[in-house]
Ligand binder design. Structure first.
Ligand code: FAD
Length: 533
């Protein structure tokens, strides 16, 4: 019967929050009872994206936080383990459900899940309502505006957004009154049997835990803390942030955006308010709103590009004959390259699950076009497992970027694994923190300890080749060779390379330009346009 209030399951997938949650709000407005459910389908989760221990902890913490926050509003979170289709079948019947609400997502595995739920709805007689909550815009509108295809450059993307106007405003935060309009969930008293599992219930080791705590509450606290610093927000210029600072020099909000503990729309509008009160503020691509737009850009392209996370069958990606070298890949993954800057970054990734954007640049370039000539897909999979913020669209998009397979075209710029880190941390404090074995090396040698005389190595209590590896590759020779390979690939596949190309410089290079041109004028013109960052 039309207009009859629904009995609804609100299915959390990402969107683990109670602020700016349009789908849950719509569920509450259209229902006599709403069951907030998280289906912990391990098989589905692991097949969608490989998930390492740190992210498991982060997810469980985020669910606990959601449960606490829902309880405060007189509701609860019902966590049900099992295959999502079976769980839904059971509970739709058991609770006489007439509607399932869920956030629309763009990843193929989530789209397939939604299709399955739609089919199930047809069969069992419930409605499905899905709304966009994870991105600034309804991505379909951007695609429509661009003639049904994704805009493949940031510049083109910004042009489309200028036609669309600002994103929709965030919806109101959910309150106790929103929940009181509905009947209490009868299972509230049974909430114990629907509790968030402990790590040991899932056989997840407690030995490795990130210092980052999951959940909306923590995410909002971090966000508010940053917003107090209005000058920093207004002047934020991504290339000027520091990859090897001991605390994040950027917002560090990505793990919270990635699970939807924080709303990107709320953040976008809070930034707009600060910009409105500032005399001057930075702009995309380097501003903080610019960062959110990069996110949106990769979501848009990923949503409509077949095989976006693969090279084969991906129409925007250069087809490259990368080396297959399990041993070298293993060394990179396990922080055993012998280049302290690279190994320190990989260690931070293992221990904490978050590294700075430029640190991601350094290790991604090293693995792919810079030194090892190993496929970006391999690096993407390692990041997928280790990062707290691992994201289908952003991860693949940036790996294609760094390997110069798509989006980024100034491939002659190869990061030097010795000089890159030195410019912002000449004393090597970051290396000393993450590679304690090198702690006692004088600063002069900390980025290339193999050049230290034997006596200095002895004094530092670390013999290179014995206590810490020798460099696994000669950077100069390897990068020269790879540059030639890349040049050849790009000449052969000129058409593909042009697809994602525009005349905008790499935003991460902007802040470095002046310094470089000064350097260059001192050294005189180089024989070729090769830059070692
Ligand atoms: P801030 O600079 O504070 O930016 C605010 C937000 O903007 C971020 O939280 C993020 O949501 C978004 N953002 C920032 N930079 C980018 C970018 N380059 N592309 C898209 N969105 C961006 N980010 C992920 O969220 N998940 C990933 O899986 C991921 N994989 C990456 C892989 C590689 C090889 C590289 C080079 C970058 C990757 N990034 C990824 C992008 C970026 O490094 C992180 O988003 C950023 O470092 C997170 O830190 P922050 O929250 O302090 O960012």
């Amino acid at each position: 019967m039309p207009n009859m209030p629904h009995r609804t399951i609100h299915l959390f997938r990402k969107g683990l929050r109670l602020h700016d949650n349009p789908t849950l709000l719509a569920a509450l407005e259209s229902s006599e009872v709403v069951y907030p459910v998280y289906i912990l389908d391990r098989k589905f989760l692991m097949s969608a994206m490989n998930m390492g221990t740190l992210r498991w902890h982060f997810l469980l913490q985020s669910l606990e936080d959601l449960q606490r926050n829902l309880t405060k509003l007189g509701s609860c979170l019902l966590v049900i383990q099992g295959e999502y289709e079976l769980v839904l079948r059971d509970h739709v019947k058991k609770w006489n459900i007439t509607q399932v609400t869920l956030d629309a997502e763009i990843e193929p595995f989530y789209k397939e899940m939604e299709r399955t739920i739609q089919v199930l709805g047809g069969e069992m007689g419930f409605d499905v309502l899905s709304l966009m909550g994870h991105t600034l815009y309804d991505i379909r509108r951007i695609l429509d505006m661009n003639g049904g295809t994704p805009p493949l450059t940031y510049k083109r993307f910004l042009h489309i957004l200028s036609v669309l106007g600002d994103p929709d405003m965030p919806v109101q935060n959910l309150t106790i009154e929103d929940f009181q309009r509905c009947k209490p969930v009868p299972e509230l008293r049974l909430a114990e049997c629907y509790r968030v599992p402990l790590p040991e219930d899932l056989e997840i080791s407690r030995d490795s835990q990130s210092p980052w705590r999951g959940g909306e509450t923590e995410g909002l606290q971090r966000l508010e803390q940053h917003l107090k610093n209005q000058g920093w927000i207004a002047n934020f210029t991504k290339p000027k942030t520091i990859p090897n600072s001991l605390l994040p020099s950027t917002t560090g909000l990505s793990p919270y955006f990635s699970l939807g503990c924080l709303s990107v729309r709320s953040f976008f509008y809070r930034l707009s308010n600060i910009y409105a009160q500032s005399k001057n503020h930075s702009l995309p691509p380097v501003s903080l709103q610019g960062q959110l737009l990069w996110r949106e850009f990769f979501y848009t392209v990923a949503s409509a590009t077949p095989n976006f996370t693969k090279m084969a069958g991906n129409p925007i990606c250069l087809q490259i004959n990368w080396y297959q070298d399990a041993e070298r890949l293993h060394k990179w993954r396990m922080a055993q390259t012998g280049f302290p800057w690279i190994d320190a970054i990989m260690t931070q990734l293992h221990q904490e699950g978050w590294i700075h954007h430029l640190a991601r640049h350094a290790v991604a370039c090293f693995l792919t076009r810079g030194d090892l000539w190993i496929s970006w897909e391999e690096g993407m999979k390692v990041f997928e497992e280790m990062l707290l913020d691992a994201d289908y669209s952003i991860n693949a998009g940036n790996w294609m970027w760094l390997s110069a397979s798509a989006f980024f075209h100034q491939y002659t710029r190869i990061f030097c694994p010795v000089r890159f880190g030195k410019r912002t941390d000449p004393e090597g404090q970051y290396i000393r923190k993450y590679l304690p074995v090198l702690t006692n090396f004088p600063s002069k040698y900390i980025y290339e300890p193999w050049t230290a005389p034997e006596e200095a190595q002895k004094q530092a209590g670390c013999i290179i080749g014995q206590d810490y590896p020798l460099p696994m590759i000669n950077h100069k020779e390897a990068s020269d060779h790879n540059l030639q390979l890349m040049k050849q690939v790009r000449e052969e596949q000129y058409g593909t390379a042009q697809l994602t190309r525009d005349d905008m410089d790499d935003p991460m290079e902007m802040g470095l330009k002046r310094e470089r041109s000064e350097e260059n004028s001192k050294k005189g013109k180089r024989a070729r346009n090769r830059e070692q960052t």
